[in-house]
Ligand binder design. Structure first.
Ligand code: AMP
Ligand code: ZN
Length: 120
């Protein structure tokens, strides 16, 4: 399948993998937006959050568990961090294989659209 993240799973494109098991892999984002920025993705191809169904409940829950475990391992769990799914155009999704962004190591602003409003 012509999907960037499926290619990473098949090791046709290199990535800095930091965690893997039978359901998911996690690797460093190529364009980090925080001192730590990883993506947790399912091994099975799911295009967007709109496409998840009952049978994906376990893998999506597992992605969240892995994100929390990575934060703990990295040492920023108690300071806090951000875990984000972007969906489709308004969500800012650019790779259409679901991924959970895990960002940590600095304080982040909220809401995410504030930066854009300030520049108007
Ligand atoms: P999104 O905009 O939510 O779809 O996020 C896609 C993310 O994938 C972005 O943060 C990109 O920096 C990241 N990305 C794109 N290509 C690669 C790659 N080859 N290896 C690692 N991360 C990537
Ligand atoms: Zn894919």
């Amino acid at each position: 399948m012509d999907c960037l993240f499926c290619k990473i799973i098949r090791e046709e494109i290199p990535a800095k993998t930091i965690y893997e098991d039978e359901k998911v892999i996690a690797f460093n984002d190529i364009n980090p937006q925080a001192p730590f920025h990883a993506l947790v993705i399912p091994r099975q191809h799911i295009s967007t959050l709109n496409d998840i169904s009952e049978q994906d409940r376990e893998v999506v829950g597992h992605m969240v568990m892995v994100a929390a475990r990575l934060a703990e391992e990295q040492g920023f769990a108690s300071d806090g961090y951000r875990a984000v799914f972007n969906c489709n155009n308004h969500g800012g999704q650019t790779v259409f294989h679901i991924h959970l962004h895990v960002l940590g190591g600095k304080a982040m602003g909220w809401p995410p659209y504030q930066a854009k409003l300030k520049s108007l």
